[in-house]
Design a protein around this ligand. Structure first.
Ligand code: FAD
Length: 428
């Protein structure tokens, strides 16, 4: 046990809390420590497939959109490694995902307030938060929860997960040794697309017998990354969304899913070109199958492989049975469990399974107003799709930092679009 007392204890050190840790670094008024259970920093390392890139602008790094002169910016990372000119000359259309991962790891390593190999097991409150890890106990005036997401597979797959059926989060480790096999990729988002592209591109000695791509969506849809759509990913829209009624927020999240979960145009083009090569140049059309509008309804073991029962969503009386040797489930992620907050559960308000947050991302609870539980990447229902991606990380962390200082900094300029009938541009 230690007697360490903090102004803020962070739980989790993924990009969301790393951003907050970066903004709080060197702040004499806010001693802080962030705990992460991982032994060292990683960021979806088993999905760093060659050619994968960041799906957002590099200005959406940990700090720039909130504090552009901060030492933990991507530019600072490039400068620190002496590769500014090389980065410019490389003319990347998007940052390679592995380079962004290395940037995040650099930021985590440079910040001595980030502690790895330490799991937060319990948080109690008796005037201060008592944060109990598997190694010690610290007290803190505030906590920031940023535990992110965990992989999800449909119930039919759960009993069979292992060497030949795995979630795409384990892709690089598990997808070796598939030469000559029949493989199904299930899931029509970016992760499924990247796995399918990688498998279908394997040549000669590594080549697969057949690769199927099954998706619930009607086709393989691109991410909408166009100009006005990106205004959904601005702070002003997040605040507008926050004050809408719950039913409207749910409707908007479902209507605009492809602004977050669609496939990058460059990945789609690469897949199409690869299919052209396989069918017309290699003359091996049997090596792939594209099955959108389908739901996998059952999984059965047959011989040494698997049989997937697949229902057509537009022709529900039509089912297909496909035999494969391996299945990659690219079926997404769900919010991670927050069992460590169980001792406080009956004191925090909830809405549809989320903790209800105030406008500064603090949970609404019956504790004192200067003792707060900040939640990052845990309010998709209240803050919309950007809450789970990198777009508003720096702004959200900036807002939390301001609240910790009891101030409200200047907000970024509003969108060209007048989202609300209440605030008309030019009259505020
Ligand atoms: C392959 C992939 C690529 C992505 N690419 C993009 C992209 O290009 N652009 C974009 O905007 N978004 C992207 N995302 C979405 C999103 O930005 C990331 O998922 C991001 O990692 C979310 O950050 P986070 O900090 O909220 O959560 P996480 O990165 O999941 O971090 C949470 C951390 O909490 C720790 N933790 C959990 N429980 C405890 C505990 N009890 N005690 C201590 N530590 C704990 C975990 O070890 C973990 O390190 C991508 C997602 C994936 C899967």
């Amino acid at each position: 046990m230690t007697a360490e007392h903090l102004r803020l204890a962070g739980i989790g050190a993924g990009p969301a809390n790393l951003s907050l840790a970066a903004l709080l670094y060197d702040d004499p008024e806010l001693p802080n420590v962030f705990f992460d259970r991982k032994p060292h920093f990683i960021w979806h390392d088993d999905q760093l497939i060659t050619g994968s890139t960041l799906q957002v602008s590099i200005f959406k790094d940990l700090v720039s959109l909130s504090d552009p002169t901060n030492r933990f910016s991507f530019l600072s990372y490039l400068h620190d490694h002496g590769r500014m000119y090389h980065y410019i000359n490389a003319q990347f259309a998007s940052v390679p995902r592995s380079e962004f991962r290395n940037y995040l790891a650099w930021a985590a390593e440079r910040n001595e307030n980030i502690v790895f190999s330490e799991t937060v097991e319990r948080v109690e409150f008796d005037g201060v938060f008592r944060v109990v890890t598997d190694r010690r106990e610290v007290t803190a005036d505030n906590i920031a929860v940023g535990v992110g997401t965990v992989p999800w597979v449909p119930e039919v797959a759960e009993p069979y997960l292992g060497a030949t059926q795995f979630h795409v989060c384990d892709y690089l480790s598990r997808s070796k040794g598939l030469r000559g096999k029949r493989v199904a990729v299930v899931g029509g988002g970016q992760s499924g697309a990247e796995a399918f592209l990688d498998l279908i591109s394997r040549r000669e000695s590594e080549g697969l017998a057949r690769v199927l791509w099954i998706s619930k969506r009607r086709s393989y849809f691109p991410i909408d990354d166009s100009t006005f759509t990106n205004d959904f990913y601005m702070p002003g829209y997040s605040d507008y969304f926050y004050q809408l009624p719950e039913s409207k927020r749910t409707e908007i999240n479902s209507a605009h899913l492809l602004t977050a979960d669609g496939i990058s145009e460059s990945t789609l083009r690469a897949i199409y070109q690869e299919l052209y090569r396989v069918q017309f140049i290699e003359g091996a059309a049997h090596r792939f199958g594209l099955l959108p509008s389908r739901t996998v309804t059952a999984v059965d073991r047959i011989g040494g492989g698997w049989e997937l029962t697949v229902r057509h969503n537009d022709e529900p009386d039509q089912t297909q049975c496909v035999a494969v040797d391996a299945v990659v489930w690219a079926t997404g992620f769900r919010p991670a469990g927050k069992e460590f907050l169980d001792p406080l559960l009956d004191r925090i308000e909830t809405e549809n399974g989320e903790f209800r947050l105030d406008e500064d991302f603090a949970a609404i609870w019956d504790g004192p107003p200067d003792r707060n539980i900040y939640m990052q990447n845990a309010a998709r229902g209240q803050r919309g799709l950007p809450d789970v991606n990198l777009s508003l990380n720096a702004w959200r962390a900036g807002r939390i930092t301001d609240r910790l200082h009891n101030r409200r900094g200047a907000e970024p300029m509003t969108s060209f679009i007048e989202w609300s009938a209440k605030n008309v541009r030019g009259t505020q």
